[in-house]
Design a protein around this ligand. Structure first.
Ligand SMILES: N[C@@H](CCC(=O)N[C@@H](CS)C(=O)NCC(=O)O)C(=O)O
Length: 582
């Protein structure tokens, strides 16, 4: 028997009926996808008989031949492959062949409108989602053919396997979650009784069941292994200058796959945060990756690198000339980065902070700089992208109660938060960064302090205070003209840290008072806004620590006696009120 090799994408699509025909007939074949072959794209183009004009997959390679066209390949295999003594493509009876072909063509009527949404360009993700939902609406183009197929299987339910019913089942199953088309609703197939019966029958056939249950079965790869295979692909494909064309296409399908199979289909492994993970080098997991016990560690490691890869993709795309394809990819990268970081921040904060530390290049937690990272522009975009990840912590705050959770991530997070805060202070705040990057860094520090308040044991939040507050003070001292970089988060910092601020009072209060008492040019909008922020921060200090502010009382009084100029009467009144109470 020849050695067969099938090349296709790591999804069901047009190759699945061919794969299943091999499987049910017990014919061995090599199932090659970009996840199993790093040279996939180059090989595809070198082998494809239609290249360079076209290179649609699947292709089947055997006996020195390369064959194209999925249904021609399927019929060919169907004439050779048998199941329970009968050929999958009936060779004797032309009428049986016609019925098989009818099922194949009918399934194509169902597949094509959905397939068109994969290749079409959309303004944004919402437009694509709407287009896909419309196909499944009561009068939708796909609904029409789902109904016809359902009726056909109702009239005559198969008694033996053929390429016709294998094809119909494979295409219909693309509409069943988890699938590589994330926008398909989970219940899209529930109205179709006979298609459900077909699903039950086909998926319980021993060969098919075993195929999907084995670790080789495409849809049943363990999520961790999938990630491991995916991630280097995302990471290394997104090599700045080479973006575009083939590479730009990789992200939407990888993304769709990542979202539906990993995040949507399987969810993230529950114990992710308990794993010991070393993110500064690439351990060789592959030798043992099949072992249950390493799966958790592989998943935790891969998710950190996955988050980093998505940030890199997003940052690299920000720096490119905008083609429609790049805009689409940028949207997808940003959407996925947001989705992954939110999932991690809410349920796996240790892995979340590890991902941030890895991506920002925190010493000891990230591999040594790679060539990719030597581009200054890319690095600046990357830092800005990662810092935006702080919004995920706000989502966590919104979903969790304010009370510290004894079972929470506590100690493990505290050490990570400290490293991050130290890195941000030294590398971002102390440097001469762009104002918006500095503002984002402050926002992240603020979010980390909120997190520390509820999720880090009290004893461990002090170092955070020790690091953040002097920075805030220094920033304030240098802030006069630079509103964006002025430590604008001081008010919430103080509110959130409460008495933890005490030991650093001397670093924080004098610069704030200096700023409040500095005469600024009247009428300058920036100056007025800065003054308001400073007064609000002083108000917050009075509220939280009134009795401890006596060393500064005279200067506080001076501030509140100042005319209602830049700060505005309401803020001053509030400050005076707090002083009286204090
Ligand atoms: N008529 C061809 C269609 C092949 C095709 O369009 N394949 C898609 C995937 S479903 C593909 O590989 N597209 C990417 C490309 O054309 O480079 C077949 O049935 O094999």
């Amino acid at each position: 028997m020849p050695e067969y090799e099938l090349l296709y994408w790591p999804v069901s699509g047009l190759a699945e009926p061919i794969r299943l025909s091999f499987v049910v007939a017990g014919i061995p074949f090599k199932d090659t996808t970009p996840l199993t072959d790093p040279e996939f794209n180059d090989r595809k183009l070198a082998l494809h008989p239609y290249a360079p004009d076209a290179a649609g997959l699947p292709i089947l390679v055997f006996d020195g031949k390369v064959c194209c066209q999925s249904r021609a390949i399927l019929r060919y295999i169907g004439r050779l492959a048998q199941h329970e003594g009968a050929f999958l493509y009936p060779t004797e009876d032309p009428l049986e062949q016609l019925l098989c072909d009818e099922l194949i063509d009918l399934s194509e009527d169902l597949r094509r409108p959905m397939s068109a949404t994969v290749t079409s360009q959309y303004k944004d993700a919402a437009e694509k989602e709407a287009a896909r939902h419309a196909l499944l609406a009561p009068d939708g183009e796909c609904t029409k053919f789902l109904k016809v197929l359902d009726k056909k299987f109702g009239e005559s339910f198969p008694t033996k396997l053929t390429i016709g019913n294998i094809y119909a089942w494979s295409i219909v199953t693309m509409f069943r979650q988890p699938t590589f088309i994330p926008e398909i609703p989970a219940d899209a197939l529930s109205p179709y009784e006979n298609l459900t019966k077909l699903h039950q029958w086909m998926s319980s056939l021993p060969a098919i069941k075993a195929y999907y249950e084995s670790s080789q079965g495409r849809d049943n790869y363990k999520p961790a292994l999938m990630l491991l295979l995916c991630v280097p692909r995302i990471d290394f494909t997104w090599n700045g200058p080479k973006l575009g064309g083939e590479n730009a296409r990789a992200l939407p399908w990888l993304g769709a796959f990542f979202r539906s199979s990993i995040l949507g289909g399987y969810g993230l492994p529950a114990d992710l945060d308990r794993e010991e993970v070393e993110t500064s080098s690439f351990p060789d997991f592959t030798a043992e990756a099949g072992e249950e016990e390493v799966v958790g560690a592989v998943a935790a490691f891969s998710l950190c690198h996955g988050a980093r890869a998505l940030c890199i993709a997003e940052a690299a795309l920000q720096g490119l000339e905008e083609s429609k394809e790049q805009v689409l990819c940028l949207q997808r990268a940003a959407e996925l980065r947001g989705l992954l970081l939110r999932s991690l921040a809410v349920n796996h904060p240790v892995t979340f902070f590890r991902s941030l530390a890895l991506t920002l290049g925190v010493k000891g937690m990230a591999p040594k700089a790679q060539p990719l990272m030597q581009s200054k522009e890319l690095m600046a975009n990357l830092v800005s992208t990662v810092l935006s990840g702080s919004s995920a912590l706000k989502v966590r705050r919104g979903l969790r109660s304010d009370e510290a959770d004894d079972e929470g991530p506590g100690e493990a997070c505290a050490a990570l938060c400290e490293s991050l805060v130290q890195h941000i202070s030294k590398k971002i705040l102390a440097g001469d960064g762009e104002d918006d990057v500095v503002a984002k860094a402050w926002t992240l520090l603020d979010d980390i302090c909120h997190f520390a308040k509820t999720d880090v044991p009290r004893t461990r939040s002090t170092p955070l205070v020790q690091m953040v507050l002097p920075q805030a003070g220094a920033r304030l001292a240098a802030a006069s003209g630079r509103l964006q970089a002025s430590g604008i988060e001081v008010e919430s910092l103080v509110t959130c840290l409460g008495r933890n601020v005490l030991e650093k009072l001397k670093d924080l209060v004098p610069p704030l008072l200096d700023l409040a008492l500095t005469r600024r040019q009247e009428g300058k909008q920036d100056a007025a806004a800065l003054e308001r922020l400073v007064l609000r921060a002083l108000g917050a200090l009075c509220r939280s620590l009134g009795p401890f502010l006596s060393p500064f009382l005279d200067r506080f009084l001076e501030v509140s006696c100042r005319g209602p100029k830049a700060g505005g009467p309401a803020v001053l009144q509030e400050l005076a009120g707090e002083l009286v109470k204090g």
